[in-house]
Design a protein around this ligand. Sequence first.
Ligand SMILES: C[S@@+](CC[C@H](N)C(=O)[O-])C[C@H]1O[C@@H](n2cnc3c(N)ncnc32)[C@H](O)[C@@H]1O
Length: 180
Amino acid sequence: MHQECFHVIEDQADRHWFFRGREAIVRSFLARRGRRLRVLDVGCGKGFFLHDVKAALPNSSVTGIDIARYAIENAMDDIKPFVIVCDCRALPYADHVFDFVLSITTIHNVHYSDCKKALQEIERVGKKHKFVVVDAYRNEEEKERLYKWNLTAQTMMHVDDWKELFKEAGYTGDYYWFIA
Ligand SMILES: C[S@@+](CC[C@H](N)C(=O)[O-])C[C@H]1O[C@@H](n2cnc3c(N)ncnc32)[C@H](O)[C@@H]1O
């Protein structure tokens, strides 16, 4: 991702409805779970989501990976110790160690066959709770808008094709779409 994009996200993190809404959801989701959670963010960028997790649950253990060295080197100060440069297609963790694995608008940045690999990796390292968001469309209009809007995605598919891929990969987590 272009370095400028990370600055835009950082600038908006405290103000934009998307980030404020996400923080509220994370807080309410995690607050219902009393025990120490292990959370992995695949494609964590500068670690904003993990920062929200830590704020909501200081005892949680957070881990993030991102392929962009720039993002990891410039991650939020409190999160920097917990993030590494790594590819979503090969996660350096043992099987079923994370209570919650999420990956927001990251997986579609690799080719189709590698999306399957990334989903299988999330499935492998996660326990029950997993959540991914990917670029998708439901009709020609949305497809056209997505292709015009796209900067980095290599796999943009109809929602039904994504569901098929989730099945093929054996991915059992939740999912949602980024629709342009
Ligand atoms: C649109 S940003 C989303 C960042 C963050 N998940 C969020 O919701 O704000 C996509 C992220 O995926 C990362 N990324 C792209 N390809 C990747 C790969 N193969 N492995 C790991 N991270 C990747 C990019 O560097 C970027 O930080």
